[in-house]
Design a protein around this ligand. Structure first.
Ligand code: ADP
Ligand code: ADP
Ligand code: MG
Length: 668
């Protein structure tokens, strides 16, 4: 039996944090390795020790075996957990770790080698008696050789890079006319992306489901499966929602898939955690795809349906040489309920899932939801953290479980709605739409679901701009950070009819909010769009129930309380209202509604009455010269020329009541 006292995690982000948590629970010390881009990342803060291993680009840090090994030696780590991605499936790395006398937490290099290439893996699976997708795995890699084999397979078919992974290097071919071009371009891509141009061809299974079986083996020949995960909700062949158990899977097919996965694992003398991936046709027939010889991103879904299971703990125990602590029957006894995982990614689903980077200004779950035992949050970030451009776009995983699938889905809806993530774009809204989509709710999805339903999943939702701006203005007023009248002390009011105005924009839409405080402490609020972005005005009499630095609660005239979360970051105000996020820009001064955009001149610094107009149209004025005198709160205010020029247009009229920000004189 090997002892493990200190584990180095050769990974970053949420998975490093997650592994550290199990280490802490087991009393094992932790070491992080990090690149320049991750120096202030959450996972580095969470580790007891950390070692910088190179530049931001993965190939200069997380992928450099010697640096990771040096860090382990330097810190006296006696084991390395590779997480997923990066070095996790590299047999040379496992070998180097073991040669250095360090325990690798994962399968043997031999098992990895056997499963590393899709071609060899398929041959191994076939030999073990596991059904594989009909296709071509031949030696002849010439275009003609592959094309000849495709005649027997039939269309549509899928060309895959044998060394491919992460959903890359695949091409669907629907007609013979596209075949040779597809083979050649797939080969070129495989050579440049994976350094290996070997291709395999498979019959393309239409409307397939992706179902995978979690396996766990020890070094004593014991293997169990931990049931399945359904991962059909994918974009670009990459999963974003996973669940267990798979809805609509018959008990019979489930049992066969589990037995096949165990059979394959035993044929490889597989130890530690792994996943057998399968595609399932609508008929229920299933075929082997590949084995991922590592912990999987979506492993928490399995932990959600098997009582008291921590897969990382089991991985560590197996790596120490312990025997599995449960039999297949034990697993079945502990298997209950349903679990769902949503991957929150920094990406814009409306822009072809373009990855986003930058500062996550806010990452906050409603605390009364976050503390509930049905919610699990695996996050790479906290409020204020950066998402670097160099790595995967996944920033957090949200996992819920329940007695039934319906319970787990309902809880996921609540969890997503109670998350405020601001500062960068994410797929949060897309995930929320998936959770209410009728096909998903029925459990009837295949791997094309997202593509097919894109339009319904990303509808243009009516903007909450007016209501968000009102909440922001009432909040600013309460916090005395109002920019409305910079020359006037906070709380200053000319009279109760003169509204306090503020202007806000969201994208190219603008809104001006007016707030009038009534004698009884309520407010009359108005919101109006400008000429370029007209929208229905909004008028209400509201009460500000409470306000704190990040929250405001407003009671409408109908007695309905609205909670808004408010996060202010420089000139941006993020409002989370009714489960929607609105990013407002506070406009530095209110543009006058009837002024041309770039005219300069003097504006009323506050609402008030015009007492004197001291300038005539066409007069030459000097900077600082008093042009207009206003009265507000029984005090006179001189409005002065901002610079030398000509008084082009005098709008102010003696005796007139003007709003704050009204243009009084145009000075050119
Ligand atoms: P999995 O197969 O674990 O469900 P995917 O299929 O989405 O995950 O992942 C595709 C590839 O990208 C895998 O090699 C996985 O290890 C890697 N990967 C996924 N997410 C991350 C991440 N956040 N950081 C590093 N690598 C990742
Ligand atoms: P990777 O190593 O990139 O994860 P996989 O072989 O696991 O490659 O396939 C990734 C995804 O592509 C699967 O989850 C599935 O959605 C789809 N896919 C793979 N093979 C087939 C097939 N023969 N028919 C239909 N879809 C497939
Ligand atoms: Mg795969």
């Amino acid at each position: 039996m090997k002892e493990i006292r200190k584990i180095l995690v050769a990974n970053r982000g949420e998975i490093a944090v997650r592994i550290f948590r199990t280490c802490e629970r087991m009393g094992i010390a932790t070491v992080a390795v990090f690149s320049d881009a991750d120096a202030s990342s959450l996972f580095v803060r969470r580790a007891e020790e950390a070692v910088r291993i190179g530049r931001a680009a993965s190939r200069e840090s997380y992928l450099v075996m010697e640096r990771v090994l040096d860090a382990a030696k330097k810190t006296g780590a006696d084991a390395i957990h590779p997480g997923f991605g990066f070095l996790s499936e590299r047999p040379e790395f496992v070998q180097a770790v073991q040669d250095a006398g360090i325990t690798f937490i994962g399968p043997s290099p031999n098992a990895m080698r056997a499963m590393g290439l899709k071609r060899e893996a398929k041959l191994t699976a076939k030999a073990a008696g596991v059904p594989v997708v009909p296709g071509y795995t031949g030696q002849d890699q010439s275009t003609d050789g592959i094309a000849a084999a495709c005649k027997d397979i039939g269309y549509p078919l899928l060309i895959k890079a044998s060394a491919g992974g992460g959903g890359r290097g695949m091409r669907i071919v629907r007609a013979a006319s596209e075949l040779s071009d597809s083979i050649e371009s797939a080969r070129r891509e495989a050579e440049s992306a994976f350094g290996d141009g070997t291709l395999i061809v498979e019959k393309y299974v239409e409307r397939p489901k992706h179902i995978e079986i979690q396996i766990l083996g020890d070094e004593h020949g014991n293997v169990v499966h931990l049931y399945e995960r359904e991962c059909s909700i994918q974009r670009r062949h990459q999963k974003i929602v996973e669940e267990a158990p798979s809805p609509l899977l018959s008990a019979d097919v489930r049992a066969k898939m589990g037995a096949d996965a165990v059979k394959l694992a035993k044929s490889l003398s597989y130890s530690n955690a792994g996943t057998v991936e399968l595609v399932v046709a609508p008929s229920g027939e299933y075929y082997f795809l590949e084995v991922n010889t590592r912990l999987q991103v979506e492993h928490p879904v399995t932990e959600g349906v098997i009582e008291a299971l921590d897969l990382v703990e089991e991985q560590i125990r197996v790596a120490r040489g312990e025997k599995l602590r449960f039999t297949q029957e034990d697993v079945t006894r502990r298997w209950r309920g349903a679990a769902i995982e949503c991957r929150l990614c920094a990406e814009d689903p409306r822009e072809g899932y373009l990855p986003q980077s930058g500062r996550v200004v806010d990452f906050t779950f409603d605390p009364k939801i976050a503390s509930l035992d049905w919610l699990r949050i695996e996050t790479a970030v906290e409020s204020g953290d950066e998402v670097p451009v160099h790595y995967d776009s996944m920033i957090a995983k949200i996992i819920t479980h329940g007695t039934t699938r319906t319970d787990a889905i309902q809880r996921m809806r609540r969890a997503l709605a109670s998350l405020s993530v601001q500062g960068i774009r994410t797929n949060q809204e897309l995930l929320e739409s998936v959770m209410v989509h009728a096909d998903f709710v029925r459990g009837d999805v295949d791997t094309h679901f997202l593509e097919r339903e894109a339009a319904t999943l990303l509808p243009e939702r009516p903007s909450l701009l007016a209501r968000a701006a009102i909440a922001a203005a009432l909040h600013a007023d309460a916090m005395h950070v109002t920019r409305v009248t910079p020359h006037v002390p906070n709380g200053w009011r000319s009279n109760r009819y003169a509204p306090e105005r503020s202007s806000w924009s969201e994208g190219d839409r603008k809104v001006e909010v007016g707030i009038v405080r009534e004698r009884d402490g309520s407010f009359v609020v108005t919101a109006m769009g400008d000429a370029d972005s007209p929208f229905e005005g909004h008028l209400d009499r509201v009460r500000r129930v409470r306000a704190s630095h990040d929250e405001i609660v407003v009671e409408g005239s109908d007695g309905h309380l609205t909670h808004a979360r408010i996060v202010i970051d420089r000139d941006r105000t993020f409002v989370r209202l009714e489960g929607r996020s609105i990013t407002l820009h506070a406009l530095p001064r209110f543009p006058d509604r009837d002024a041309d955009s770039a005219v300069d001149g003097c504006v009323a610094p506050m609402p008030g009455k015009i007492l004197k107009v001291l300038v005539e149209n066409g007069a030459t004025v000097k900077a600082g010269e008093t042009l207009v005198v206003m009265e507000a709160m029984k005090m006179e205010h001189a409005v002065k020329a901002p610079h030398d020029g000509i008084a082009k247009e005098v709008r102010a009229k003696v005796g007139e009541q003007v709003d704050g920000g009204a243009l009084l004189v145009v000075v050119e």
